[in-house]
Design a protein around this ligand. Structure first.
Ligand code: NOJ
Length: 548
């Protein structure tokens, strides 16, 4: 319904493909383009409008591909440019849009620019593409300031100069192998405009922008007030020296002009972890980006009040700049929702903010995750589904230490296990090597219960999470009431979220402990779990109704 329109993204359901863990065709244990290509019909049948593919560029994969060594090529582990083109064309033939991931805040230390910088002298044009500074202290052997990497440890690394002497320091918000680019340098700005055009010319429909709130920094700002007991602390202060600075908006105005020069215009979605919906809305002004992940919603607890406040604020504040809200419950950086909603603390966030409780009630989490799926897919705006979310995969919290690959594990001195638990390769079949992920093994070990949660096991089972997503997306794509922008709340008590969309569509979610009666209706379209014998909606259950 929304697919042929140039503003398709306003109501799209976008499926996130973490390519390394999606489907492996060549049996090397890592997913690839050929594997994804074969599985495109699965995604079309699921009912999504687009796929967003995590970085697939040449990379040492020190940070899952967010350490890009060449922005205009494909990592040989995933395929090559010809396969990328084939994938884009094939997706388009199936009516699926393709969104890529662009990583402009930093490159890999293996990028030729950084290698050139290491070989060049301090003050050279090669060094000027990154953020090199002399150290502090009498011998320059202390970092320029106390700023820390988001992954733990100092945000500065000292290099050895080409003559063998101890040298300058470079800045890296993330891993030591992810040096930050200097966005005050016009050469850096021009390079990314050219990278955008390269992929747009190949046919991609848009980009998700990594760390969209980064790039512009105040490198003269003073030391930051860190909590010494938390190695991953990132102070939430106004006027942060390297996040959400006003100067970043000028960059996006330039990017928007590039996207708008294409027919149809290309899309940008921002990954911006900012303080408040008002700050997010600034990225979505008319001449900037199109949409942004709603992390405020992702972080909200499973509570009627918290969710309603988040939904209302997002719809109002983003609506004030003409942007749709874009709902997200999971991605490759946060804990799986089945696990999170099965804990006592149901708030979510990045690795630094997530709960460190080890125990969770998986049945409770799954029931809530089903209800949450119907809530999210009934809201106005776009929605993201992270691969495996439609299967109800839990976080794998017991990966062996030696299997962990996220740099957070080492950099936090083994205090944070990192994000590997939500990146375990998908199970496609009930048995077989790597449960149908591929003909070989899998780069992260899959739990024994993966077979029972596979696509094969859930396919055709009316009680499965997969069939719930399929049914919900079918209705989302065809019911006129879900194509509107309107949402009108009903008051059914403080533990219940209930709202009308247009054309008689009503969504009711019971977040309380006691069953509640459903409002008057003509038909029950879908529920996330069985209704009680008296027709009441049980705890942690959602219903989609039509009243006319
Ligand atoms: C956000 C990405 O989603 C995450 O996976 C990555 O580690 C950081 N940005 C750094 O690129």
């Amino acid at each position: 319904m929304t697919r042929s329109r140039s503003d398709w993204w306003r109501r799209a359901t976008i499926y996130q493909v973490y390519i390394r863990s999606f489907a492996d065709a060549n049996g090397d244990g890592e997913g690839d383009i050929a594997g994804l290509l074969r599985r495109l019909p699965y995604l079309r049948d699921l009912g999504v409008d687009a796929i967003w593919i995590n970085p697939w560029y040449p990379s040492p994969l020190n940070d899952g591909g967010y350490d890009v060594a060449d922005y205009r090529d494909i990592d040989p582990r995933f395929g090559d440019l010809a396969q990328a083109k084939e994938l884009i064309d094939h997706a388009h033939a199936l009516d699926l849009k393709v969104v890529l991931d662009i990583v402009p805040n930093h490159s890999s230390s293996e990028h030729t620019w950084f290698q050139d910088a290491l070989r060049a002298a301090p003050g050279s044009p090669e060094r000027a593409r990154y953020i090199f500074r002399d150290g502090s202290g009498p011998n320059g052997d202390q970092p320029p300031n106390n700023w820390r990497s988001v992954f733990g440890g100092p945000a500065w690394e000292r290099i050895t100069e080409p003559d063998g002497s101890p040298g300058q320091w470079y800045f890296h918000i993330f891993d030591v192998t992810q040096p930050d680019l200097d966005w005050t340098n016009p050469e850096v700005r021009d390079e990314f405009l050219s990278v955008l055009r390269f992929w747009f010319d190949l046919g991609v429909d848009g980009f998700r922008i990594d760390v969209a709130h980064g790039m512009v920094k105040d490198m003269e700002a003073p030391d930051l007030p860190y909590d010494e007991s938390n190695l991953l602390d990132s102070p939430q202060i106004a006027d942060h020296p390297f996040f959400d600075r006003d100067g970043v908006h000028e960059i996006y105005r330039g990017w928007r002009q590039v996207a708008d020069a294409y027919d149809p215009p290309r899309l940008f979605v921002a990954e911006a972890w900012v303080e408040a919906p008002e700050r997010l809305a600034r990225y979505l002004r008319d001449d900037e980006l199109h949409s942004a992940f709603n992390f405020d919603y992702l972080k909200a607890a499973w509570s009627a009040e918290a969710l309603r406040v988040s939904i209302e604020q997002s719809v109002t504040v983003l609506g004030s700049v003409g942007a749709p809200a874009t709902w997200v419950l999971e991605n490759h950086d946060v804990e799986r929702v089945v696990t999170r909603y099965g804990r006592t603390d149901t708030t979510g966030g990045t690795v630094q903010q997530r709960s460190d409780e080890r125990l969770f009630d998986e049945d409770l989490g799954r029931r809530r995750a089903r209800a949450a799926a119907l809530l999210m897919l009934a809201l106005p705006g776009g929605a993201y589904v992270y691969q495996g979310q439609e299967l109800g995969l839990p976080e794998v919290i017991d990966l062996p230490d030696e299997a962990l690959q996220d740099p957070v594990w080492e950099r936090s001195q083994h205090t944070e296990r990192g994000r590997d638990g939500c990146r375990v390769p998908l199970p496609w079949t009930s048995g077989g090597p790597s449960y149908g992920f591929g003909p070989g093994g899998s780069w992260l070990p899959q739990p024994a219960e993966w077979g029972a949660m596979s696509v094969e096991a859930q396919d055709g089972d009316p009680g499965s999470m997969l069939e719930l997503y399929r049914s919900a997306l079918r209705i989302r794509n065809t019911h006129a009431g879900l194509a509107s922008d309107t949402i009108t709340w009903r008051d059914l008590g403080s533990d219940v979220l209930a709202f009308d969309r247009s054309d008689g569509f009503v969504c009711v979610v019971n977040l309380g402990a006691a069953p509640v009666p459903l409002p008057e209706h003509r038909q029950v379209l879908l529920t996330s779990g069985p209704l009680n014998a008296d027709g009441h909606l049980p705890a942690d259950t959602s219903a989609w109704l039509v009243t006319t």
